[in-house]
Design a protein around this ligand. Sequence first.
Ligand code: NAD
Length: 447
Amino acid sequence: MRLTVIGAGPGGYESALEALKRGFDVTLVSDGPVGGTCLNEGCIPTKCLCRNAEFLEDLSMAGEFGVEASWKVDFSRVMARKEQVIGELRSGVEFLLRKLDLVYGKAEIKDGGTVVVGDREIESDFILIATGSVSASLPIPGAELCVSSKEMLSLEEVPRRLCVIGAGVIGLEFASIYRAFGSEVTVLEYCRDILPRFDTDLSKRLKQTLLKKGISIVTSAKVEAVEKQGSALSVRYVSKEKPFVVEADTVLMAVGRRPALESIDFASAGIETTPRGVVVNRYMETSLPGVYAVGDITGGIMLAHAAVFQGKRALNHIAAGCPSSGDVDGIDLGLVPAVVFTSPEAAMVGKTEEDCVSEGLKFRVLKSFFRANGKAKSAGAPEGYCKIIVSEEEGKILGCHLFGAHASDLIEEIAVAMAAGMTARELSEVIHPHPTLSEVILSALDS
Ligand code: NAD
């Protein structure tokens, strides 16, 4: 069987590799470096900067045991390390892709079995689209003076004053990173709380922790314009009907991403789209038979790991003979852990308390605090909170929301327990090693 994959981000290249493993003849078309946004200008470079930022935070703790900690960062070396990591990982991906037909160029879809790249026509039984997303911007005067997450990953120097528009995942990650590097950071968020899609209780508590780190956060702030004032920028916003101005050297626009609907001429190909993305069914099939789409291009949850599992779903559907109903695998595409690499990290999986209320569910909330955890305390990371929501009657785990050291790793325990349909009691009967951060979860379960 032949498969053509368009787009070489995690959704595309992981699906292409999985298809290869399953015996497909695979062509992968990419109009940019393999690895896509995630590897080249998203998750991976951000994590490099997060690590450097974390190291600086640790250095400032060193004074507690008598180490004179005064530092000056050579930012060009921070960026060089990031480039090196990207380069090594990209070579690794290129090495893995050597067994398939990798074509560089812009793809168009001629029909359900033909992809055109330049003057080459690639015939296949199935096509999988994974062309991703692009940064969104606000329709305000001066929006072009702002930078996106991509430019934030290649600044030449640490901005003295950074203003971030949007307290979502991207905004808060860069606020944390650049605060650790010494920037004065102000975050302006339109909604009442930071991370509006997260559990409100968690957002409020995380906000307090970020404020303590010296990040200024203004919620219910409507940004109206960005203006140039000499070499600096002024960000004008309205809050509680009063006008305010923040002066900054760099302004990050982080108000979301949108599907890259201009990546392919979907209308000519006969593939249905809405402004939210390419329309797909539960099997990731588009409106054009034989053509699947996964990842950010389909809108919804824009996360690399979601894209990868959507790709597995599409391949499982093909392997099952493309049925129009029934299950083709045991993957629950509704159960997607989400992680924010702030300092400390935040993570969630499942329903928020607000979801449970709006769905009329009867539930209980179990809580614990990192400050009562021996490992967190001894590691000098007492800030953090874990909240597990369980159904009132059965005690099934409905969701978990936490922030604190290594929250991004801790959340997976709950994702596994939820996928297995475990109750809080059943999970609390599994022995957790001591002293570890995983006991934060155990403490919540036992609370
Ligand atoms: P987001 O949707 O997470 O957050 C955008 C924020 O901007 C929201 O809080 C929103 O209320 C706010 N906003 C919107 N209009 C505004 C205005 N006029 N003034 C002030 N604030 C305004 O989007 P993002 O942070 O840009 O991230 C884009 C996508 O990339 C998301 O889907 C995210 O999940 C994904 N991403 C994930 C990770 C990760 O998994 N760690 C990291 C980066 C990005």
